[in-house]
Design a binder for this molecule. Structure first.
Ligand SMILES: N=C(N)NCCCC(=O)O
Ligand SMILES: [Zn+2]
Ligand SMILES: [Zn+2]
Length: 322
């Protein structure tokens, strides 16, 4: 049966939850149309069910399905941002990339190829992981289009480590590889929300050389969401920005369902408020990674991640002229 959908300004939106129970039927992100159900796409939401790069708890391969399932309650108007994210741009769910669960290098190539192909159809991708390894091939695809990008990276971890067990491609190393490959603009990147023990003090020295400034979690109480947003804006300026959100940037109280949790993180309210300020950045792509549903309860982490994606889509929405 064809579901009644909300159509605004010529864009095909969500299944209308005032006429079809929002808990019925298959879950696309926010009950948006699949990409094959629309002719033009501005923003594609893409799943990458991959977790062979993790160093601790597994399960992020189930992240895309869990975040979609946790996104059924999202409504069309975002009052905090003052936008209808599915009316001023066409957003569609591009499904999942079928990547090799047994070979990290093969999977990385498949993610890059899949993202490049999708970028032929949609100007912007918002990818749901999957573990953080996938940021590297996503950055390759984005940099092929826009040149080196400023990375705004929300995470408990630096993810600029070098190798684990001799492996160069893992969820702890994507931003070192991206920096070495020239995919990122070393004068415009920063991490937000990092905390917890490192391997050595040298990690921070290396990280800075790779192009990152840090707004650590301990500074967020004093800065507040507005202060964090200002620090980000000062660092990235007008550069094209790739946004990478590891859900473990949130405190485990707000995101228990993740693979490498660290105490002392951001609240969901703080993270959503900072993301809301991104409407005036030149955002060219984003990912939300590291949701591991087996460690989640009552969709706490899934709902947080769904709202993060919703705020990103709201930040991408073109504003009407006043
Ligand atoms: N990207 C995430 N979530 N974690 C990286 C942790 C790497 C480590 O085990 O040291
Ligand atoms: Zn992390
Ligand atoms: Zn990470």
């Amino acid at each position: 049966m064809a579901e009644p959908r909300i159509v605004r300004e010529g864009r095909v939106g969500q299944v209308d939850a005032t006429r079809v129970p929002r808990f019925a039927g298959p879950a696309t992100f926010a009950l948006l149309p699949r990409i094959d159900e629309v002719s033009d796409v501005d923003v594609a939401v893409l799943g990458v069910p991959f977790d062979a790069g993790v160093s601790y708890r597994p399960g992020a391969r189930f992240g895309p399905a869990h975040v979609r399932e946790s996104s059924r309650l999202l409504r069309p108007f975002n009052p905090a941002a003052g936008v209808e994210p599915f009316a001023s741009q066409q957003v569609a769910d591009a499904g999942d990339l079928a990547v090799n669960p047994f070979g990290i290098e093969a999977a990385i190539e498949q993610v890059e190829a899949g993202a490049r192909a999708l970028l032929e159809r949609a100007a912007r991708l918002v990818t749901i992981g999957g573990d953080h390894t996938i940021a590297l091939p996503l950055l390759r695809a984005v940099a092929a289009r826009h040149g080196p990008v400023a990375v705004v990276h929300f995470d408990a971890h630096l993810d600029t480590w070098d190798t684990y067990f001799g492996a160069a491609y893992t969820h702890g190393t994507p931003f070192r590889r991206a920096s070495e490959e020239g995919l990122i603009d070393r004068s415009g990147c920063l991490h937000v929300g990092t905390r917890g023990p490192l391997y050595a003090a040298q990690d921070l020295v290396d990280d800075r050389e790779l192009g990152f400034h840090v707004v650590p979690s301990v500074e967020i109480d004093d800065l507040g969401a507005r202060g964090v947003a200002e620090r980000i804006r000062e660092r990235v300026g007008d550069r094209p920005v790739y946004l990478s959100v590891d859900i473990d940037v949130l405190d485990p109280a707000f995101a228990p369902g993740t693979g490498t949790p660290e105490a002392g993180g951001m609240t969901s309210r703080e993270l959503l408020a900072v993301l809301r300020s991104f409407s005036d950045l030149n955002l060219v792509g984003a990912d939300v990674v590291e949701v591991s549903p087996a460690y989640d309860h009552a969709e706490i982490t899934g709902i947080a991640a769904a709202h993060v994606v919703y705020e990103i889509l709201s930040a991408l929405a073109p504003r009407k002229e006043p």
